[in-house]
Design a protein around this ligand. Sequence first.
Ligand SMILES: Cc1cc2nc3c(=O)[nH]c(=O)nc-3n(C[C@H](O)[C@H](O)[C@H](O)COP(=O)(O)OP(=O)(O)OC[C@H]3O[C@@H](n4cnc5c(N)ncnc54)[C@H](O)[C@@H]3O)c2cc1C
Length: 557
Amino acid sequence: VGIDREKIKWNGWGWAAHRHPIAGREDVWNWLAQQLGMPSLLATPARPLDSITLPVSRLSPGLFAEFGQLLGPERVRDGTHERAFHARGKSYQDLLRLRAGDFSAIPDVVLYPRESNEVTAILSIAERNGIAIVPFGGGTSVVGGVTAHAENFANLATIDLSGLDRIFEIDVPGHSVHVEAGIYGQVLEKALAAKGLTLGHFPQSFEFSTLGGWIAHRGAGQQSSRYGRPKDWLLRARMATPRGMLESEPFSSSATGPRLTDLMLGSEGALGIITDATIAVRSLPKQSMWRAWFFRDFPSGLTAIRRAQQDEIAVSMLRLSDPQETQFYRALSEAGKSGHVGSRVAKTYLTARGIDEQACVLIACFEGSNRRVATDAAAFQTLARSLGALSLGSRPAERWRAERFQAPYLRDPMLDRGVGVETLETAAAWPQLENLYRSVRTALETAMRETAPYPAARGIVLCHVSHAYPEGASLYFTCIFPRNLDAEVAQWQAIKRSATDAIAANRGALSHHHGIGEDHLPWLAQEKGALGLDVLQAIKRTLDPKGILNPGKLIPR
Ligand SMILES: Cc1cc2nc3c(=O)[nH]c(=O)nc-3n(C[C@H](O)[C@H](O)[C@H](O)COP(=O)(O)OP(=O)(O)OC[C@H]3O[C@@H](n4cnc5c(N)ncnc54)[C@H](O)[C@@H]3O)c2cc1C
């Protein structure tokens, strides 16, 4: 197993010993309280695990023994930390429940297969005995994808796939890798880098998510403009189902009708368990150049991204913050420095250059050969200048890159102080994008106001575009708000419902890269249509006739 699970938080983000980026910065905390209209921050710590009594495992001794015989007793686990760690994923509602000691969802047992035939054997036992199965990669789902509860099943086993982590073959000249699906992203990238290769899939959850999770929920890494998404780099895979092993076609580019591999992409553990995959990788780039610009406003920044995509300027990443996100992070970095001479000079200079509160920061990355990078960066600079943008050089962009996996560490300390934080995302075609942006922002602001714990409480909405295509782009929203401690799960559900209704009403994608899980299921029919849902249900019935795989996720019964 690539990561010692005992050292990562069961009810929060990342390494338990990690010091979060604003630890000890009371000036920053006071600034945040002021922004949120909170008279003071609160003390709302999580309940420690040793103060909570977990529900007793309902698995019979006979089934424990049967799994033990198959895997060996040390790979059939029902310890307190094991079951708590596998109870839920990492959404805001998951964390609220875990922190409160609500174990209404919890596996009876956690199984650790190390071979694909062990996975198939577990599924046979589960099907025969009516045991629901939750496939678990890194457990970083934010849509309820690994929640350990299943109506109509007496028992639930979570299959932790982190033991399926072997790299079978790195084919350097063929630029492909055959690897097991439970491998952690960081372990895979390290092995590839040693051979001068990269997959280039860097979701913000990179350190704690797995290859199988990336494929199973159709994720997107921050540099998807260059490295693509699982649909682009997944060549072949094998997926264990209660009906046996489903295998991809031998060559990815064949004209033999609909691709079976496509059934595995986005299957979210509801159609089968991906055991191993062959993925396309690339050479490590000779050069990576990171640059930042200030655009005068959101529309001109969007135009730059659209034109870069359509004019085929090869970027590795373009990430545009809206004015509120730009202001928020500027103010956050300035908190405690008011009156600082450097800050005042910078502000005066920017105002003189037309950069005011409508300004938007754009971070770009260009990668490839030295010549290619120089050409593309110059082409983007020309485009940006023609739209009135101001170059900020490399420093802010390099800083963003260095800290890009740090932001999730801020959520737990905020939760400890009565502040709620959650993100949601969507995508749409360019003609709909601005309308979608405004509607979702308004829906979030209104819902946060309506569910506020007291009249002075204010919610903050931040947004950025982080993935773009010639035909459209994604929008990623962050909400920060004072928690309503009397009804905090209901508070978030109301906010989320209102944003998702706005997404559906404005023809946005129900999800661009987080997936469906349990949380988006009520809206799925609107996106897929009745016939589309029938098709998905028929596939599910064929591969998983008794519905044991991740019940209640992805595909409605
Ligand atoms: C702080 C944070 C930042 C994030 N940033 C991003 C981001 O930038 N881009 C992005 O795409 N996502 C992001 N996510 C969402 C999440 O990390 C991704 O969904 C991640 O790829 C899931 O991988 P995992 O290994 O943790 O999968 P899990 O959470 O364990 O599982 C996700 C889903 O896939 C299923 N599954 C897992 N492994 C398998 C398998 N081998 N076979 C079949 N089904 C399987 C599970 O049952 C579940 O339905 C973020 C999440 C967090 C908490």
